[in-house]
Design a protein around this ligand. Structure first.
Ligand code: ARG
Ligand code: MN
Ligand code: MN
Length: 314
């Protein structure tokens, strides 16, 4: 695997401070060294620098729209470049509003991509349905073609053109979905596996059905958008909107192993790691370690262990 890493220390898609520390925390947990240790070639493109956007007044309920729009444009350009350089792109967030830029930048280099969205939340509110005004609860609404007419024009967002169809996204891990979001999921016929579905089917069947769904029209590049709050708070406590009853560590890693197995992973987001939400130092390190393990699973780490073809018994 050839991996290109981009950090986006961005928090303005939600109100809690600390999520901008995610990229450096994940790096300091040994991400690059561990990827190289499992045979990946790695280029770290560093962190994006986001300029302050003055007078970023709310539009109706939506908080800091111009900042979110501009940051995502920067990110989209960076992801596009990393894809042109031939890497699988890894975005270290930052909050989940960054999926707008990550997926649009990815789509600019790769037509016909599909999205696997692993999250406790559906993040498909529109600027009109949002209850919180936070943009990290809305990114998917900007990306879906069938929905374009429902999205109001907002400053900072004029560059955005939706790039996926409703049948090109699958959710895994849902357990905190707003009424309007549930309506949208049902209305557009979007495929999702809530935690109830994970309980009923088991994670193996969920991944089988996920791959059947995204590859129904043939194999396509995958964008995996992994919100760390998909995992149970006992596994990843350091996050801004934790919800009980999440994926176990094993289920969370199994998802990455299966995505890796498809050979079609083309971009990955790991978002919403927030060290300031931890109640103890240990919660910071365990969440960061989990985030790193998610990434390693996406790039070939297998739990049975492995050895190179030139291995010789000592
Ligand atoms: N549904 C809520 C909202 O729209 C929560 C979203 C949480 N999103 C996240 N990326 N953690 O505000
Ligand atoms: Mn979430
Ligand atoms: Mn999310």
């Amino acid at each position: 695997h050839s991996v290109g890493i981009i950090g986006a220390p961005f928090w303005k898609g939600q109100p809690k401070d600390g999520v901008e520390k995610g990229p450096d925390l994940i790096r300091s947990t040994g991400l690059v060294e561990k990827l190289k240790g499992q045979g990946c070639s790695v280029r770290d493109y560093g962190n994006l620098k986001f300029e302050h956007v003055p007078d970023d007044q709310p539009i109706e309920k939506v908080q800091r729209p111009r900042s979110v729009g501009h940051a995502n444009k920067q990110l989209a350009d960076a992801v596009h470049m990393i894809k042109k350089d031939g890497h699988t792109c890894v975005l270290l967030g930052g909050d989940h509003s960054l999926a707008i830029g990550s997926i649009l930048g990815h789509a600019a280099s790769q037509k016909e991509l599909c999205v696997v969205w692993v999250d406790a939340h559906a993040d498909i509110n529109t600027p009109t349905t949002t209850l919180t005004g936070n943009m990290h609860g809305q990114p998917v609404s900007f990306l879906i073609r069938e929905f374009h007419s429902k999205i109001p024009v907002m400053p900072g967002f004029s560059w955005i053109k939706p790039c996926i169809s409703a049948q090109d996204i699958v959710y895994i891990g849902l357990r905190d979905v707003d009424p309007a979001e549930h309506y949208i999921l049902k209305h557009l016929g979007i495929k999702f596996f809530s935690m109830t579905d994970v309980d009923r089917l088991g994670i193996a069947k969920v991944m089988e059905e996920t791959c059947d769904h995204i590859f129904s029209k043939g194999k396509r590049p995958i964008h995996l958008s992994y919100d760390i709050d998909a995992l149970d708070p006992s596994v990843s406590p350091a996050t801004g909107t934790p919800v009980m009853g999440g994926l176990t560590y094993r289920e969370g890693i199994y998802i990455t192993e299966q995505i890796c197995q498809t050979g079609m992973l083309s971009a990955l987001d790991v978002v919403e790691v927030n060290p300031k939400m931890a109640r103890a130092e240990e919660e910071i390190s365990s969440t960061a370690k989990t985030a790193v393990d998610v990434i390693l699973g996406c790039f070939g780490r297998v739990r049975e262990g492995s050895h190179t073809p030139d291995y010789h018994m000592p």
